[in-house]
Design a protein around this ligand. Structure first.
Ligand code: AGP
Length: 614
């Protein structure tokens, strides 16, 4: 969603702001803007649409703008008010001296706006953010101190925010603060960077300080001061950021999504590394702090997540129930939070999130935490808000994922669930020792099988070409691959905008079969195992209604050739581990269809990489 970059130092601020915003583009946005200070005057530049539009505006005035060594920038994903230049950030107060960029939602903005209008403020936009600019200006008028003005303003603001503020009369100073929205400060040589996420600054510095909720930081080229909302000084913790700038390069691939799909064999190796050491050694998950006795006595597990992470959670349910015999409920976080939270200290609540910043999942785990449940977070971002809520953490180590469509993070989540389920089964003694060994061996050789699928991507490309004209798509599966069907359909719809739906194959004849005719492709996920024959029968039923049939299978049965128009074959794999292999061709299928259709693969319309509003 929205993204923030700030800079104060001796370099041309505009270059750093635009580069930083470029590296946040993947988050999804609809307008962009910057504020700089040229010859003692705050100047704003904004544009609707892609960042290139803002770059074009800046280009025309570059000589002037590049004089500034301080600035704040923003990409906006509209919440209050349409995407437009007027609503784009930064926002200013009446006199234009205060400029503010903001991520999040100011919940009491209407009350604040009414109050400020009575005091004489004139609002130009429909945004909630503009209230902050006026509020800070009103506090500054009384205190003549920007940090104090921001501090007093945050006392009146309700909701979620990461804020970055400059004032024309307070030379070379940025004040930034956060509540329920991420923000960090990057440290350079006589310069500071502010960012809502690491990619914005990683090419400039690896030294950073994450802000906690209600902390306020004031930076100048030569100083950094951190206080809490009650004005107590705080000693911030400086960390070394774990990423390399190269993570933000496409490395020769046409899109980040394709690059990230190809990274999956290494992602599996990374996730297993240090946790699965040998087939006869137990799994180690050092950040899982749940007491072993408590783990043995767990009565229930609840998993909350959204989107692709929800599909990983559904696979997680299947394997934890299978390996450990503990009942697992999976629910979209956005549903979990609006009904009675029935959980307790004997229930383990697992939050799954690539970004660790998904607002609904954060709220869900907080609600469960308040009821005394142990909170285990599975995330790709151990530096995220959700990770900070965790009692136990399973970092998935997929590396930064730039494409909005999640691929390698899903793989990392799946593998983490296998490790977690085995870890729990080993503590509970609920799984046969030989079965465990076989599974561990299969996990170790999984990267090679994924590599084989990737090596035959031309077959999938051909299939994609053949079906790229379809308006609708149905994916069917049963059991552990039902989530794979949902994930395949989600990938396809989010990047190609084709109406794709995943069904349990058994449900087909309870309604969806009515839609079948020669215009409707049906993709059957047919992995060898206990539901293979059943899905085959369901596929026959679909074929009898003239649907165009695609099989995704690890079977070499030549009889399938009669039933299916197209067969995507993958290496043999045990049914229990098959979701981790079967998803790869579906990611590629979605990718190639979207590419044939000329869609914006990495930044699909209307979507944001991390959904930080409920
Ligand atoms: C995945 O392709 C999606 N873009 C989306 O569904 C995503 O998985 C969802 O928003 C959850 O995000 P999270 O994993 O960061 O919590």
């Amino acid at each position: 969603m929205c993204g923030i970059v700030g800079y104060v130092g001796s370099k041309k601020a505009i270059d750093i702001l635009l580069e930083g915003l470029t590296n946040l583009e993947y988050r999804g946005y609809d307008s962009a803007g910057v504020a700089v200070n040229v010859d003692g005057k705050v100047q704003l530049y904004k544009a609707e649409g892609k960042l290139q539009n803002l770059k074009d505006v800046v280009e025309k005035n570059y000589a002037e703008i590049s004089k500034s060594t301080i600035g704040i920038g923003h990409i906006r994903w509209a919440t209050h008010g349409a995407p437009s230049i007027i609503n784009a950030h930064p926002h200013t107060c009446n006199c234009g001296k205060v400029a503010v960029v903001h991520n999040g939602i100011i919940e009491n903005f209407k009350e604040l706006r009414e109050k400020l209008e009575k005091e004489g403020c004139t609002f130009r936009s429909q945004t909630d953010t503009e209230t902050v600019a006026h509020l800070v200006a009103s506090k500054f008028a009384k205190t003549k101190d920007l940090t104090e003005a921001v501090r007093l303003a945050t006392k009146e603001i309700e909701g979620a925010y990461a804020l970055c503020v400059i004032h024309q009369d307070v030379k070379d100073t940025i004040v930034a603060t956060r509540r329920n929205a991420p923000l960090l400060v990057g440290l350079g040589e006589n310069e500071y960077y502010i960012a809502s996420d690491v990619p914005a600054i990683i090419q400039y510095t690896k030294k950073a300080m994450y802000l906690d909720d209600n902390q306020i930081v004031t930076v100048t080229p030569s100083s950094m001061k951190l206080i809490d909302i009650d004005n107590n000084p705080i000693q911030g913790k400086i960390e070394t950021l774990p990423w390399e700038p190269v993570a933000l390069s496409k490395m020769g691939y046409k899109h980040f999504m394709l690059k990230e799909i190809h990274e999956q064999p290494d992602v599996v190796r990374n996730v297993l590394s240090g946790k699965l050491r040998a087939m006869d050694e137990p799994i180690t998950l050092k950040e899982v702090t749940l007491d072993k006795e408590k783990l043995k006595n767990l009565s229930r597990i609840q998993i909350v997540a959204c989107g692709t992470s929800l599909h990983a959670a559904m696979v997680g349910k299947y394997i934890i129930e299978d390996f450990c015999g503990i009942s697992v409920d999976v629910e979209p976080s956005s549903e979990y939070i609006y009904r009675k939270t029935i959980t307790d200290k004997n229930t383990l609540v697992i939050g799954v999130s690539q970004s660790g910043e998904t607002a609904d999942t954060i709220t869900a785990v907080r609600q469960a935490k308040a009821k005394g449940s142990h909170i285990l977070i599975v995330t790709n971002r151990p530096d995220s808000t959700m990770a900070r809520e965790a009692d136990s953490l399973v970092p998935v180590y997929a590396g930064i994922e730039v494409s909005v469509a999640a691929t390698k993070s899903y793989m990392a989540q799946l593998i983490s669930f296998y490790l977690l389920a085995i870890y729990m089964a080993e503590i509970k003694g609920s799984m046969d020792v030989n079965e465990l060994k076989d599974l561990k061996h299969e996990l170790i050789v999984l990267p090679q099988k994924i590599e084989k699928v990737l090596a035959h991507k031309e077959d999938i490309q051909k299939c994609a070409r053949a079906f790229s004209g379809s308006k609708d798509f149905i994916f069917i599966a049963r059991g552990i691959n039902y989530p794979t069907a949902l994930e395949g359909a989600l990938k396809l719809k989010e990047i190609s905008y084709i109406n794709a739906t995943g069904y349990t194959a058994g449900e087909l004849k309870h309604g969806p079969i009515a839609m079948l005719d020669e215009t409707m492709p049906v993709l059957s996920i047919l992995m060898k195992g206990k539901v293979y024959d059943k899905i085959l029968s369901n596929s026959e039923e679909a074929k009898a209604r003239n649907a165009r049939m695609i099989a995704l299978t690890d079977s070499s049965d030549t009889k399938l050739n009669e039933l299916f128009d197209y067969i995507i074959r993958i290496p043999e794999i045990s049914e229990i581990l098959s979701p981790a292999l079967a998803v790869v061709p579906l990611q590629l299928l979605a990718y190639y269809i979207a590419e044939f259709l000329g869609k914006d693969v990495d930044q699909p319309r209307n979507l944001a990489k991390s959904v930080t509003v409920e």
